[in-house]
Design a protein around this ligand. Sequence first.
Ligand code: ATP
Ligand code: FE
Ligand code: MG
Length: 332
Amino acid sequence: TCILAIESSCDETAVAIVENTNQVLANVVATQIDVHKEFGGVIPEVASRIHVENISMVIAEALKKANKQVSDMDAIAVTKGPGLIGSLHVGVQAAKTLAWSFHKPLVPVHHICGHIYANALVKNLKYPMLALVVSGGHTELVYLKAEYEFEILGTTQDDAVGEAYDKVARVMGLPYPGGPQIDRLAKEGKPVYKLPHPKTAGEMDYSFSGLKSGVLQFIDRCKRKGETYVAADLAASFQETALDELLDKLKIAIDQKHPAQVVLAGGVAANSRLRERLTKLMEEAYPDIDYIIPPLSCCTDNAAMIGVAGTIAYQHGVRGDFDLTADCSMEM
Ligand code: ATP
Ligand code: FE
Ligand code: MG
C-alpha cells in the first residue's frame, strides 16, 4: 500500500508518502516556529492562515520527492484530531479534496496514534505494547493489547508535560519552544532545589500544574527576598521532578501489564535526559522487555507517523466519508 498522509494539527504543515507501512518515500515539514516565536507561543488564527498558504506546495513537494502522483496512492490519510480546530480543518479539507478528485479512500487518523506508530519507522512492533506518550498536549500511558487497539491506562489531570516545560521556560525568560531550552540548560545544573511532587487520584494518572506553580512560586519568593537563583539548577530541579513522575507511573504500568515492548512517543521524547533515564530503567529493571526510543526526527510533529498509523488504520478498515470533519478533542 502507498499512502499520502497530511498532518496540520498545530504549527507544522506536513505531508508524507509512505509505502508498505514503514517505507518513507517523502516526509516534508513546513514549520511555523519562527513566526510563533515572536509571540512566545502558537497563535491559532495565524497558524491556520499559514497552513492555507503552505498546504498545496507541501503536497506538491512530497509527491515530487517521492516521484509519485496522487493516482498512484491507495488512500489519503489525514489527522482528524486532536489539535487546533482551524489548523486541523486545513489538512482535512485538503485530504477530502484529493480523495474526491482522485476517487481514493479517505482515512482519518488520531494524532497521538500517529506519535505512537512513529516507532514502526524504527523497528518491528510487538504486542502487547505499552506507550509512554509525552507531548505538548498529552501525557498518557497507552496500552495496545493488539495492533490498533488502544486503552488509556492513565492521563494527565491538568497540564501536559510539554506544556509544563514550555510554561516554566517562559517564566524563566527562555524563548519558545521552551522544552529544548530547559533540556539544554539542565545539563549545566544540578537538581538542588526542592519542588512539589505531583499528587494524583489514579495511580497511573499524571499532574503537572502543581509542579509548574511550584516553580513560579520559587521564582516569586526569590524576587521578593531579593535573592538570586541558579537558572541551570532550577531547570534541572524541574526536569528531574517531572521525569521522576513520568517514569514512576510507567513502572507501575509495566508491572501491571507485562508488555512485550515499551515505546516512547511525542515531542518530549526528544528530551535527552528522559531518553537517558528511560534507557537506564529498561536496561536495569526490565532487561527482558524490548523497548524503542525513536530518533529525534520521528518525535516532533510530522506526517510520516500519520502515514504509518494511516496504513495500519486502512488495513483495519478505517474509512472517512465526505462529511469527515476535524475534531479538536477527538478520542482514541
Ligand atoms: P500533541 O502531540 O499533544 O497534539 P504537539 O503536537 O503540540 O501536541 P509535539 O509537537 O508532539 O506536541 O511536541 C511539542 C512539545 O515537545 C513542546 O511542548 C516542546 O517544548 C516539547 N519538546 C521538544 N523537544 C523537547 C526537549 N528536548 N525536551 C523537552 N521538551 C521538548
Ligand atoms: Fe504532536
Ligand atoms: Mg508541534
